[in-house]
Design a protein around this ligand. Structure first.
Ligand SMILES: C[C@](O)(CO)[C@H](O)COP(=O)(O)OP(=O)(O)OC[C@H]1O[C@@H](n2ccc(N)nc2=O)[C@H](O)[C@@H]1O
Ligand SMILES: Nc1ncnc2c1ncn2[C@@H]1O[C@H](COP(=O)(O)OP(=O)(O)OP(=O)(O)O)[C@@H](O)[C@H]1O
Length: 280
């Protein structure tokens, strides 16, 4: 039986503006989302034994139907009407509940992989419609380009031009519930007149874009994250920010060596998860 091995990358949010709350509880957003080269490895194989099996073996990530990758495979299998079985193994490299979109990326990768393996021929637009029902971040990972994301995060426009940068991701092992962060956000009447351009040329220009309305909520509960942002700046980052709902904090660098040095220093000093990865 045919088998695929795929990489599911993480993301960071260069910008996350919350514009308002919708009647269904979701928030209207304006974000700039960037994929980075820290990836889960996913194997997907068709099997003669009906049913979907997902194994991950990472603490905090459920096997079976509790896994968003299982739900992604289930959605496509039901739509296809086929009787085949699907075996999915996830080698989890992306920190969990960390604001890096790991679960959403796994789901997007499984949608694309199962579409291919079952020969369904569904367009990316159709996969994004299916994906948004699994999680607001899923369509972005099917889009596969640095994006301005609006609506609940699913209305995507490609950025015209973005610099290739090095991103240092630091996660102090704090798990954050995205739902909790949105529930505890205090919406303020703030101007939304900051113009987000289609093109940015340097790390310094991207640093001017960095802002995240969810930061005060997560950093209020975990003040250590402010210290982490400072450490990244001291280590030479052009800018630093919390990603998504946190708790991962990232710094942007133009220079690979400087990024690798910063990650090694922070990992050695505090024993935290710290890696330097390129933007994709
Ligand atoms: C924080 C981000 O990662 C930024 O990219 C996303 O906004 C969250 O994306 P996600 O984890 O894929 O989101 P979902 O799994 O759909 O929702 C998780 C929780 O976040 C809340 N949520 C999510 C997206 C959004 N635009 N408004 C929200 O209020 C939902 O009410 C839900 O309680
Ligand atoms: N494949 C998966 N990978 C990671 N977490 C998963 C997966 N499937 C289910 N989960 C559950 O989803 C929760 C959120 O995980 P995830 O790593 O996607 O959060 P996140 O990185 O904060 O996402 P986001 O940036 O979209 O808010 C975890 O607590 C975990 O139990």
């Amino acid at each position: 039986m045919e088998k695929l091995k795929l990489l599911a990358p993480a993301k960071v949010n260069y910008r996350l503006d919350v514009l308002g709350k919708r009647p269904d509880g979701y928030h209207e957003l304006r974000m700039v989302m960037q994929r980075v080269g820290l990836c889960d490895e996913i194997s997907i194989a068709l099997s003669g034994t009906p049913g979907i099996r997902v194994t991950c073996g990472k603490v905090g990530v459920p096997d079976g139907p509790g896994n968003i990758a299982w739900r992604a495979a289930d959605a496509l299998l039901k739509l296809s009407g086929k009787e085949t079985g699907i075996d999915i193994a996830i080698d989890k490299r992306i920190p969990v509940a960390a604001g890096l979109g790991g679960g959403s990326s796994d789901a997007a990768t499984v949608l694309m992989g199962v579409n291919q393996l079952l020969g369904l021929g569904l367009s990316d637009e159709r996969l994004m419609e299916i994906g948004v029902k699994l999680g607001a971040d899923v369509p972005f990972f099917i889009f596969k380009k640095t994006a301005l994301a609006e609506g609940i995060g699913d209305k995507l426009t490609a950025m015209e031009s973005m610099p290739g940068l090095w991103v240092v991701l630091v996660n102090p092992g704090i798990h954050v519930s995205t739902a909790w962060v949105y529930q505890n956000l205090i919406l303020t009447e703030k101007g939304t007149d900051t113009i987000i351009r289609g093109s940015y040329g340097t790390a310094a220009e991207v640093a001017g874009l960095l802002s995240n309305d969810l930061e005060p909520v997560t950093c209020g509960k975990h003040p250590l994250l402010n210290e982490l942002k400072e450490m990244l700046l001291t280590a030479g980052a052009a800018g630093s920010l919390m990603s998504g709902s946190g708790a991962t904090v990232f710094g942007i660098f133009e220079d690979e060596e400087a990024a690798r040095r910063a990650a090694a220093e922070i990992a050695a000093a505090r024993g935290w998860f710290a890696v330097a990865v390129p933007t994709l």
